[in-house]
Design a protein around this ligand. Sequence first.
Ligand SMILES: [Fe+2]
Length: 314
Amino acid sequence: MARIVAGVTSSHVPAIGAAIDNHRTGEPYWQRVFEGFERSKEWIAKVKPDVCIVVYNDHASAFSVEMIPTFALGTAAEFPIADEGWGPRPVPAVQGHPELAAHIAQSVILDEFDLTLCNKMEVDHGLTVPLNLMFGTPKQWPCPVIPLAVNVVMYPPPTGHRCFMLGRAIKKAIESYPKDLKVVIFGTGGMSHQISGQRAGLINSKFDHAFLDNLTKNPKKLTRMPHLEYMREAGAEGVEMVMWLIMRGALDDNVDEVYRFYTVPASNTAVGHIILANRTKASKKPASKKAVARKPATKIKRAAAGQKIQRIRS
Ligand SMILES: [Fe+2]
């Protein structure tokens, strides 16, 4: 049976992609951002997901204002890199997983979520920047990726509650897939930022930290947050964070916060990143005294260290 083992959220600031493509990651301004993802790269290299589902928003690359699906699932075998005005980013094309995507489509649509299915779709920085941050810049991405594009660019975006419940439906879909696959789901976008208007440059770190706290411990509180609150507190583009609730809905109620990173700014955006892991079946049950006594002390220490939250904030 397939299973979702963890969720990752990450901002998808286009300037981060430009820093990678123009070999500027070692500059002091960018070093601060990229160093925050070094441990994440080590973590995902150990997890070795078989498939990643990446929830992101298209920035008028695959869809124009003439046609805007609320939820669009990529069911193709390959997703070319979109030209966002400067030519396609020099990153590998994204290989899909049509069989699992078709299974998700069937399960989720029959669960009454009306997905748009994309058998042909280009993907932009919203999807490729988080892949870079987690996997670096390999010649080929290390696993297939199923894109899930969410409309957060034109009113009305889906509510946080709708996103969370879609995550729940995706979890059910994955858990009913018969092949043994390890899946990691990404929620991307955010955190606080506004790119135009009188409040351009707005960053609200207090709101961002509270959002990260609630994402781990009390996501249902976030599902009740109206769009206006996102926009008032986190800027017009801060509403991208509803997409993180799809990731969170696809995880178990109780998760371990493996890692968190927050830094300000990257371009005009607060960068937030968190890794949440589902607890393994073994760790959900309290160990009996006999079992603990049998376990070598070193192993217990390592297990505890693995669950310790590592936070870097600057
Ligand atoms: Fe975006």
